[in-house]
Write a protein that binds this ligand. Structure first.
Ligand code: HEC
Length: 138
């Protein structure tokens, strides 16, 4: 029995090794991680946040969108979460991609159709990074 349990644990460890950081469910109830959030914000391909935003604690950043410095002073985690989920709710003509919606998208490559860019947990990870105390200091 012990061997079987150990074998299963080894198998789980090996499977999760092939998943991108954002897809790995933490053990136990899903909880947001600012470390995963930071990694996601840095991803040029998977999120692109730094292509458009200056972000506290990250070395480089673009200027197509506003700087996210001081975000905690002008918005709440819930507002940021909604914005990341689908910025079109605030500005129908926004440049910012909708990370948790598949509504109204055009020319989506066949293999991505019906999939959101991020998972709800990944968005929570990002929000937890953006609103952690040492990130929000001016
Ligand atoms: C293609 C450019 C682009 C990308 C990529 C992008 N954004 Fe944005 N973002 C914008 C723009 C432009 C705005 C300003 C509001 C608007 O026009 O919709 C904005 C606004 C925001 C705001 C509100 C800022 C404030 O001052 O209140 C947050 C938070 C935000 N973005 C987070 C993110 C995160 C997190 C990501 C990555 C998951 C991301 N954005 C990716 C362009 C972008």
């Amino acid at each position: 029995m012990k061997a079987l349990v150990a074998g299963l644990a080894g198998c789980l460890a090996c499977c999760t090794g092939f998943m991108p950081a954002w897809a790995q469910a933490p053990s136990g109830p899903a909880s947001a991680s600012p470390e995963r959030g930071r990694a996601l914000l840095m991803e040029r391909q998977d999120t692109g946040c730094i292509l458009c935003h200056q972000i506290p604690g990250l070395p480089v950043g673009g200027a197509l969108g506003p700087s996210l410095h001081g975000l905690a002073q002008r918005s709440t985690p819930a507002q940021a979460r909604e914005r990341i989920a689908d910025a079109r709710r605030f500005n129908p003509n926004t440049l910012m991609p909708a990370y948790l919606s598949v509504e109204g998208l055009h020319n989506v490559a066949a293999r991505y159709r019906g999939q959101t860019v991020l998972t709800p947990l990944a968005v929570d990870d990002i929000v937890s990074y953006l609103f952690q105390p040492d990130t929000t200091a001016p």
